[in-house]
Design a protein around this ligand. Structure first.
Ligand code: SF4
Length: 462
């Protein structure tokens, strides 16, 4: 069955974002040229940064006889042109469909070049897009990098640090998470860290691989952390193929480290809203043995004050919330917390876990009248609203919902990925009390702007 305008992106796209969070890494797709072109284009329009993604450029001949030669020529070219520390490879629909064994190709390349100085690390994530979303590709890539590199050696002292696997969030949110950890005095490996590589400064001369990313030594030391914290309840815990791909169990990075090295894995949701941010800060307090810093108590207090100020504008407003599964859970939790009424929670993900996760997260505040849709397209979202006879007041999600907002003539608060019709997506802060402050102000002001714009009188005192 084909789907038009799906509420998700392609799996290797998510893998490329995660790979940009490894210091000195160049992402490479084993597949056709078009996949890399589409992904580069899509990422550049969101992050407004140069994003190089190499490709093995499989054509008709390689599709029939195998892509081994294209693969090794591609690796040669990358090494000679980019000199990366890591070549991070993701598969595509094509290479998965013809059954390419990329791990074998990596092994053959290493064997053919044994003894050569300066060979980069190579790692591989299996990311068939017909089996998962960009989010599953992202988490698959994070786990693949940890599996390939984490070995207990590296720059951090054993058991003295935690791993923070920060999910598909904006560069600004990664910076904010690092700020929280630094304010707390918690030693941590934050991975993947694309806060500089996908949101750098102005360059005097073009750099093939931007500075930044989680250092390799830090990723290696993930195996000797005292605990891992994963942001998100669902991560890659589902997908069309369930939890097995190519006869290998699909795991998150935290699950892998727990199984292979005994590093305790703790999960909490994306910290959006007071309730979900409280959960993360409580977990950090527990893991560090240190109380919540005063700075965050004040931020929380200011946010509660803001909720009180803006409550009358958002109360009982009907919202459609959509995007990646863990983001959708966090946004619904926020909406319910501030008195917005979510009428539809939609995602392109197909983990089969969205509804139960929403129920577990929201408890008795779960809005029974809310429709929940997985594997959805934007057309299906609109049809669901029409069938229910519901006209929302607000959309909260990525810029792909714009056509629905335009047809319904309602405002849209842009969060998540992609945001292609505004600048500043890379600096969109959503997490923590401060991110929630910005989100709440955006929602209130979007509703006020809509009321003002549609008013025949033109009130200026709202
Ligand atoms: S063919 Fe598959 S991997 Fe390539 S761009 Fe399309 S969905 Fe992504």
């Amino acid at each position: 069955m084909t789907s038009v305008n799906a509420c998700k992106q392609c799996a290797p796209l998510g893998a490329c974002v995660a790979f940009k969070g490894i210091e000195g890494a160049l992402p490479m797709l084993h597949g056709s040229q078009g996949c890399a072109t589409y992904i580069r284009r899509y990422l550049i329009s969101h992050f407004r940064e140069p994003v190089d993604v190499a490709s093995s450029s499989l054509g008709e001949e390689a599709t029939i006889f195998g892509g081994g030669r294209n693969f090794s020529v591609g690796i040669d070219n990358i090494i000679s042109q980019y000199r990366p520390k890591v070549i991070a490879i993701a598969s595509t629909c094509l290479s998965e469909t013809i059954g390419e064994d990329v791990q074998r190709l990596i092994g053959e390349y290493r064997a053919a070049h044994r003894g050569e100085v300066g060979l980069p690390e190579m790692l591989f994530a299996s990311t068939p897009s017909y089996q998962g979303t960009h989010c599953e590709g992202f988490h698959e890539a994070v786990c693949a990098a940890v599996k390939a590199l984490a070995n207990g050696r590296g720059g951090k002292a054993a058991g003295r640090h935690i791993n923070l696997f920060c999910s598909f969030v904006s560069p600004e949110d990664i910076r904010h998470l690092k700020e929280i950890l630094a304010d707390w005095g918690v030693s941590a490996v934050v991975f993947p860290d694309y806060s500089d590589t996908l949101d750098g400064g102005s360059w005097g001369a073009y750099r093939r691989i931007p500075e930044g990313g989680t250092p390799l030594e830090a990723i290696r030391s993930c195996a000797c952390a005292s605990a891992s914290v994963e942001l998100g309840y669902i991560l890659n815990a589902g997908g069309r193929s369930g939890r097995v791909r190519r006869n290998v169990a699909v795991q998150s990075a935290g699950e892998y480290l727990q199984g292979a090295f005994g590093v305790a894995c703790r999960r909490t949701g994306l910290p959006v809203g007071v309730g979900e941010t409280d959960k993360l800060l409580r977990l950090l307090a527990q893991l560090s043995g240190k109380p919540v810093p005063e700075k965050y108590r004040r931020q929380r207090s200011r946010l509660l004050d803001l909720y009180a100020d803006g409550h009358k504008y958002v109360s009982m407003k009907k919202a459609v919330i959509y995007g990646e599964e863990d983001l959708a859970v966090a946004l619904v939790a926020f909406a319910v917390e501030v008195g917005i009424k979510p009428v539809l929670c939609a995602t392109g993900g197909e983990s089969g876990k969205l509804q139960e996760t929403l129920r577990e997260t929201l408890g008795e505040t779960y809005p029974e009248e809310m429709a929940v849709g997985q594997g959805m397209t934007f057309e299906q979202m609109e049809a669901t609203l029409q069938a229910a006879g519901v006209r929302p007041d607000l959309l909260i999600g990525n810029s792909k919902g714009y056509y629905i907002a335009r047809r319904l003539d309602v405002p849209i608060v842009r969060v998540g990925f992609p945001i292609h019709d505004r600048i500043g997506a890379q600096r969109c802060r959503l997490l923590g009390y401060e991110g929630t402050t910005i989100l709440f102000e955006q929602a209130v002001n979007a509703l006020l702007d809509d009321r003002q714009r549609k008013s025949p009188v033109g009130y200026k005192y709202m």
